[in-house]
Design a protein around this ligand. Structure first.
Ligand code: NI
Length: 144
């Protein structure tokens, strides 16, 4: 018995033609093969879905959106731990859970799961980014 969903065929598909830089296409094809995409059409569909998912959210930030924030920071930076905790407590309508990983002697990674209004999520990410000691903030939203 199959315990996973078999993807539907590309029933409603349109054939398009593109001009792309050779080097970019070569790199795309080799990475697609490594990540298990069966063919170029599937790989491009997946890449476009990711693009649409991130951009749609960026453009229309109304409504609730789920996702995670990946936050790396230098925990030796004075006051950063407290600032990050305070900040997350200011967004109880957005932050649902946090996982903390100690990456090295200096660097921590926090995975902040969220579900909330787009504008609030954006503000949270921006404010996190502006804290002293924060190295990188990545926002990953779900397509659903
Ligand atoms: Ni840590």
């Amino acid at each position: 018995m199959t315990r996973y969903r078999v993807p539907a065929t590309m029933a409603e598909s349109t054939r398009i033609s593109l001009s792309l830089p050779k080097k970019l296409l070569k790199e795309f094809d080799s990475l697609s093969a490594v990540t298990g995409q069966p063919n170029r059409s599937k790989a491009v569909s997946q890449a476009m879905r990711e693009f649409v998912s991130s951009r749609r959210w960026d453009v229309a930030s109304k409504g609730e959106v789920p996702g995670v924030i990946l936050l790396t920071y230098d925990h030796h930076s004075r006051g950063v731990n407290r600032a990050l905790t305070e900040l997350q407590h200011d967004y109880p309508d957005v932050v649902t859970a946090t996982m903390h990983l100690h990456l090295s002697k200096h660097t921590c990674l926090e995975i902040i799961a969220f579900k909330g209004e787009g504008d609030r999520v954006k503000n949270l990410a921006k404010t996190l980014q502006s804290q002293k000691g924060v190295l990188e903030v990545k926002l990953v939203t779900s397509a659903v």
